[in-house]
Design a protein around this ligand. Structure first.
Ligand SMILES: *Cc1c(COP(=O)(O)O)cnc(C)c1O
Length: 405
C-alpha cells in the first residue's frame, strides 16, 4: 500500500530529539525560542510564537482580539473544521462564503458581500498551499466604507480600527505571494505542524505577527507567552532561576505552549525545508501534472501563477464532468489498487454540526462542485519515482473503469 503522507523520520530527526531529551529540558525552553526566531527569519514577519497546534493559535488570536458572542467571522465554506470550530468556541458566528472556481480559495467577491457591522475577523485559508488573493483582502478591510461599518468593543479593536485578518496558513508555510513568504503578507498568520503537514513536529503550530502601527509586535508576543501559559507571569524555565519561585497569575489564560522535544524536530525540518523538502514536493507535483495534462478528463490543480507559488502541500486533482458518486467510486477503485488517496475537504456546511446549526450546502455551489470532483493524491518526501508511477496509473485505470473509457 502506498501511504498518503507519512512523516519523514530519519536519523537527523531522531538525533535531535534524543539531544533534547538528554539536555534535561523537555518542555518550552531554548529550542522553542530558537524555533520561533528561525520561523520569524524564514517568513519575514515581525515576531512568532510557537504553540501546541494551529487550532490553538487561531483560537488564541480570536480571543486576543476580543471576538465573542454577537460577533461574526468570515470563513471559507471549503476548509478543515478547525477554521470554523474556533469561532464557535469563542461564541461567535462563522459566516461561510463560497470559493473560486479555478483554485480552491475563498472568493474575494463573496467576502465583500458577507461583511456586516458585526464582522470582526476574516480568516482566509491558503488551500492546498496556494496563497489567497491577500492584497485584495488587505485592501478590502482598509476601505473607508468597510472601516465605517466596524464597531470596536475592546481597546485592541479600537487600536486596529478595522477588521482583523487572520490567515489560516496550516498548508502554506513556504508559499510565496508577490515575492513575500506567507507569514509576512497580513496581520496574523497561523501555521500548523501537525503530522500530515509539510513541516511537522508531530503536533504543533505557530502564530506569525505583522501587526501594523501602533501595535508593538514584541509586546503582543510577550502578552501571548503569558496568555498561553495559564496567565502565569513566569514560565517554567524562568522559575528554575535561583530563588525565583514566586509568580503571579494575571488572568485565566490557556495552556497551549510548544515543547522543546517537538521544537527539536521543527528546527531540523525548517533548516532543510526550502533546499530539500519543497524541492522534492515540487518534483512530485510536476510529475503528476505532466502525466495528467494529457487526459481531457483531468483538471490539474493551479499551483503556480504569475505572482503566487504554492508550498506544494496537497495535490488536488479534479475529474471533469463527474458526480460525487462517481468520484467516490474512483476513490474506492484507487484504494483497491493499494494507493491511499483523500478528499480535501468536505465543505463544512455538509457536516452534521454545521448542518444542525442551519448551514445549507446548496448555498455554496462552487465549493460543492469542487469537492464532488476532487481527489487528493499522495505527496510525501520519501515517495519514489516508481511509486509516483503506481499512483498515476491507479488513478488513470480507476477513472477509465468508472467512466467506461
Ligand atoms: C490541519 C489544519 C488545521 C489545524 O491544524 P492543527 O495544527 O492540527 O490544529 C487548521 N486549518 C486547516 C486548513 C488545516 O488543514
Amino acid at each position: 500500500m502506498i501511504p498518503f503522507s507519512p512523516p519523514r523520520i530519519d536519523k537527523k530527526i531522531i538525533d535531535e530529539v534524543v539531544a533534547a531529551l538528554k539536555s534535561g529540558w523537555i518542555t518550552t525552553g531554548p529550542r522553542t525560542m530558537k524555533f520561533e526566531k528561525e520561523i520569524t527569519k524564514y517568513c519575514g514577519c515581525k515576531k512568532t510564537i510557537a504553540l501546541s497546534s494551529a487550532t490553538a493559535g487561531l483560537e488564541i488570536m480570536l480571543r486576543w482580539f476580543g471576538v465573542k458572542e454577537g460577533d461574526e467571522v468570515v470563513v471559507p465554506a471549503y476548509t478543515y473544521c478547525a477554521t470554523a470550530n474556533v469561532v464557535i468556541h469563542c461564541g461567535a458566528k462563522p459566516v461561510f462564503v463560497d470559493i473560486n472556481r479555478d483554485d480552491f480559495n475563498i472568493s474575494i467577491e463573496a467576502i465583500s458581500q458577507a461583511i456586516t457591522e458585526r464582522t470582526k475577523v476574516i480568516m482566509p485559508v491558503d488551500l492546498g498551499g496556494f496563497p489567497v488573493d491577500m492584497d485584495e483582502i488587505n485592501e478590502l478591510v482598509n476601505k473607508k466604507e468597510i472601516k465605517r461599518l466596524f464597531h470596536a468593543h475592546t481597546d485592541i479593536q479600537r487600536m486596529l480600527g478595522r477588521i482583523l485578518v487572520i490567515l489560516d496558513a496550516a498548508h502554506s508555510l513556504g508559499a510565496v505571494y508577490k515575492g513575500k513568504k506567507v507569514g509576512s503578507t497580513t496581520d496574523i498568520t497561523v501555521f500548523s505542524f501537525h503530522a500530515v503537514k509539510n513541516l511537522t513536529t508531530a503536533e504543533g503550530g505557530a502564530v506569525s505577527m505583522c501587526l501594523p502601527e501602533p501595535f508593538d509586535n514584541n509586546a503582543v508576543y510577550d502578552y501571548l507567552n503569558v496568555y498561553t501559559l495559564h496567565g502565569q507571569d513566569k514560565d517554567a524555565l524562568a522559575k528554575t532561576k535561583k530563588g525565583s519561585w514566586r509568580y503571579d497569575v494575571t488572568e485565566a489564560g490557556y495552556k497551549a505552549n510548544m515543547t522543546d522535544i517537538l521544537s527539536a524536530i521543527g528546527l531540523v525540518e525548517l533548516k532543510r525545508y526550502d533546499n530539500d523538502t519543497l524541492i522534492k514536493r515540487k518534483e512530485i507535483f510536476d510529475t503528476y501534472n505532466e502525466v495528467f495534462k494529457k487526459y481531457s478528463w483531468a483538471q490539474t490543480p493551479v499551483y503556480e501563477s504569475g505572482f503566487k507559488k504554492t508550498s506544494y502541500h496537497v495535490y488536488m486533482l479534479r475529474i471533469r464532468n463527474i458526480t460525487e458518486m462517481q468520484r467516490d467510486e474512483i476513490i474506492q477503485r484507487i484504494f483497491d489498487k493499494d494507493v491511499a488517496v483523500n478528499v480535501h475537504f468536505q465543505p463544512l456546511p455538509m457536516l452534521s454540526f454545521y448542518k444542525r446549526i442551519g448551514y445549507n450546502m446548496a448555498d455554496f455551489p462552487v465549493a460543492f462542485d469542487n469537492y464532488s470532483r476532487e481527489i487528493t493524491l499522495p505527496v510525501f518526501y520519501d515517495l519514489t519515482k516508481e511509486q509516483m508511477k503506481t499512483v498515476t496509473e491507479a488513478v488513470i485505470n480507476s477513472v477509465n473503469e468508472t467512466l467506461g473509457l
